[in-house]
Design a protein around this ligand. Structure first.
Ligand code: NAD
Length: 250
């Protein structure tokens, strides 16, 4: 797909990886509908993505809000060509914590559910409404789900790992279901990419992580954005994930 003049919805795009993807799309002449929870932050983000891009406030866990979002994007731009399901949440914790034979703590249902709601249900809702909008617009399209290296399972991330395996499975499911509309679906499973969160970590902690990454450093958000661009531009990339992790294995 050629990016110029095409319209992309990117969730969780007020900062971090979503914003980096939006800025790269905009640099190639694409138009971005940047979606996040906070109006001021997402409006400021949209201002860095070219004159035509716009910011939208939407909580992707809320069905009615997601339905309204995609109706509004179609009304504003008259087309939809791509969706990046990027919004995500971490609420890490062990399944159970035991000391001296006593149960000290366990992952609460709300800790589990909050991550399922954003990462999995939010991706489902945006994928469903995005696919419907692209099918309606009739120009084909592409959906990118941002998974994680944690899709294979990771200690302290029962909730997060389950959602990231879920969004990886949806890529294959959607590629099969949406082929009749000319819509591709693919994903990225990043390792550790430098964001505001990693920028604020202690240098010693960062060094420890970098030591176990074969490439010897964190990924750069520009490298992540370029991977999303590869998926957008390469029409044979479908139904699979790209593992962008510098060779890291937990
Ligand atoms: N940064 C990494 O190293 C890394 C590694 C693997 C996977 N990922 C995944 O990449 C994606 C982006 O990561 P990031 O580091 O840029 O995260 P981030 O926390 O910087 O940004 C996530 C954005 O999602 C938004 N968001 C959260 N809940 C939302 C909701 N209900 N509705 C709408 N927006 C919501 C937040 O407001 C935030 O702006 C996430 O899915 C994350 O799991 C990141």
């Amino acid at each position: 797909m050629q990016v110029e003049g095409k319209v992309f919805v990117i969730t969780g795009a007020a900062r971090g990886l979503g914003l980096a993807i939006g800025q790269l799309i905009a640099s190639k002449g694409g138009i971005c509908a940047l979606v996040d929870l906070d109006q001021a932050a997402v409006t400021a983000a949209a201002a860095t993505c070219g004159e035509q891009s716009k910011g939208y406030t939407c909580n992707i866990t809320q069905e009615a809000e997601v339905e309204r979002l995609f109706e509004q994007v179609l009304a504003d731009f008259g087309r939809l060509d791509g969706l990046v399901n990027n919004a995500g949440l971490l609420r890490d914790g062990m399944l159970i914590k035991f000391k001296d034979g006593e149960l000290l703590d366990k992952m609460s249902l709300s800790q589990w559910q909050s991550v399922i709601d954003v990462n999995l249900t939010g991706t489902f809702l945006c994928g469903r409404e995005g696919a419907a909008a692209m099918a309606k617009a009739g120009n084909g399209g592409v959906i990118i789900n941002i998974s994680s290296i944690a899709k294979a399972g990771n200690i302290g991330q029962s909730n997060y790992s389950a959602t990231k395996a879920g969004v990886a499975a949806l890529v294959t499911t959607w590629a099969g279901e949406l082929k009749r509309f000319g819509i591709r679906a693919a994903g990225i499973a990043p390792g550790v990419i430098s964001t505001d969160m990693t920028d604020s970590m202690k240098p010693e902690a960062l060094e420890r992580i970098e030591k176990v990454i074969p490439v010897g450093r964190l990924g750069d958000r520009k490298e992540l954005a370029e991977t999303a661009m590869f998926i957008i531009e390469n029409d044979y990339m479908n139904g699979r994930l790209i593992e962008l992790d510098g060779g890291l294995r937990f």
